[in-house]
Design a protein around this ligand. Structure first.
Ligand code: ADP
Ligand code: MG
Length: 438
């Protein structure tokens, strides 16, 4: 009944609302009714205010008989029960061990795979988790979607709690901060809203780009930030890009964010992608042969969430058909997914992107001239073509004005060395890969 209800609500409501409020609900359907579990108290409040009446109507409608629907804070799985966070209207200061603060215990440092792309972020998160309030404050992790920012944030939170029993760590998505604040404004309970943050030892706010353009929220967040900072309480934030690049974010807030440490999380390279796939598979006791992990890692470059999606698809279909996961099986099952990723990147696409990046004309990039200012970008484009497309060395040589395949091979080696040893080239490479794969 719930899936049909949700489907209906998707048609009736803005997608963002469904995604933020309704999709995260867990459902327990029994013969005597339906219980909806929400991750925390103000999700409950919001749903009660805005959607519950309609949900009740739809459930009874689809069930064909009057069906009681209850809504509460909690979760289906016993081990991850989330008790009301500091946002609940509990009069007592939530103390020590039973303060849960919305952390998802599944995401830890142990199951985070380290790679060149996330090394700095991981190290910084560990430092902060070891010395909350004293290492870097705030710690800001930024980077594209699905690269592990939330995972690292949870991991730091879980570590702090495990290491310091009784420590109060509160995790909130920015939307939740925003909603809680709006609600407090309406209820004229801003004092209580402010107070709840004084009670936490660490505050984790996810995806602060969401604050862009929301001036009251930024103002309030700014005050919260200052109060915590002065109290040496740890602040960890994530953002989907470097905060200075977020438009409509107040300058003084931006400058405050720069007080601590900001670390970029980059898209994972090939080895890291393969290692993540293998780790996720073994976590799920799924037999994933190395050659299949390599196949997927080679072809899917955008982000880790997509890798997990591919793994889910494989697992589901293998389960369903009873067939083992082989390279052929993977090719067949993921055909559309892999093709969609491969299509976007062509050699000419790479040439154009590289020319733009270095502000060169295409004709110069493809010419025979060998000045350094042309040769390096040209080698970069060749190496990217090898890394990001399925073309052979001779084919790549052809596409670069009929060059020999040994020239391409040489370019790949030169660029690999430079990327590993030279910061500027490293940065160029990462930026170009990101431009091309996102
Ligand atoms: P973001 O917050 O940057 O959008 P998430 O933290 O939600 O990304 O990560 C998306 C998924 O990818 C999560 O399931 C997370 O566990 C996984 N993931 C990302 N990076 C890694 C990593 N290095 N090791 C293990 N899992 C990862
Ligand atoms: Mg996230």
């Amino acid at each position: 009944v719930w899936p049909r209800c949700l489907e209906r609500l998707e048609a009736e409501l803005p997608a963002e609302d469904v995604h933020t409020w309704l999709k995260p609900l867990q459902v327990d359907a029994r013969s005597d009714g339906l219980t909806l579990f929400a991750p925390n108290a103000f999700v409950v409040d919001t749903i009660r205010e805005r959607y519950l009446a309609r949900i009740r109507e739809l459930i009874s409608h689809y069930a064909g008989l009057p069906t009681p629907v209850t809504l509460e804070v909690g979760s289906l799985k016993r081990e991850t029960v989330v008790v009301p966070s500091a946002t609940a209207a509990s009069p007592a200061r939530p103390g020590g061990a039973d303060f849960q603060g919305n952390l998802d215990g599944h995401y830890t440092f142990e199951n985070f795979v380290e790679g060149r792309s996330n090394q700095l972020g991981l190290a910084a998160a560990r430092q902060v988790a070891l010395n909350p309030g004293r290492a870097y404050n705030p710690l800001l992790l930024y980077g594209g979607t699905g690269l592990g920012k939330t995972h690292l944030m949870y991991a730091a939170g879980n570590f702090m709690r495990a290491n310091n029993p009784g420590m109060r760590v509160l995790y909130l998505r920015s939307e939740q901060f925003f909603s809680a604040m709006m609600k407090s404004l309406q209820d004229r309970s801003m004092d209580q809203f402010k107070r709840q943050f004084q009670q936490v030892d660490a505050l984790l706010i996810d995806d602060i780009q969401f604050f862009a353009g929301k001036n009251t929220t930024q103002e309030e967040f700014f005050h919260t930030f200052n109060a915590l900072f002065d109290g040496k309480q740890q602040i960890i934030l994530t953002c989907d890009r470097y905060p200075r690049e977020v438009e409509n974010l107040e300058p003084r807030l931006k400058s405050r964010l720069g007080w601590g440490l900001s670390v970029a999380i980059e898209p994972p390279d090939f080895e890291t992608r393969a290692a993540i796939l293998t780790a996720k598979a073994s976590e799920r006791h799924l037999g994933l042969p190395d050659d299949v992990a390599y196949l997927i890692a080679k072809r899917m470059r955008s982000n880790v969430r997509d890798l997990e999606g591919a793994l889910n698809t494989l697992a589901a279909r293998s389960n369903f058909t009873g067939r083992p996961i082989t390279p052929e099986f993977a090719q067949e099952t993921l055909r559309d997914l892999l093709r969609a990723q491969a299509q976007v990147i062509s050699i000419s696409n790479i040439q154009k992107t590289v020319a733009d990046y270095y502000q060169l004309r295409m004709a110069d990039l493809l010419s025979k001239r060998r000045t350094r200012s042309l040769a390096r970008p040209r080698q970069m484009a060749m190496a990217l073509s090898k890394e990001l497309t399925e073309h052979s060395l001779p084919e790549i040589g052809d596409a670069f004005g009929g060059r020999d395949h040994t020239t391409v091979l040489h370019a790949c080696r030169v660029i690999r060395d430079l990327v590993e040893t030279d910061g500027k080239h490293h940065e160029d490479w990462d930026k170009l890969v990101r431009k091309l794969t996102e």
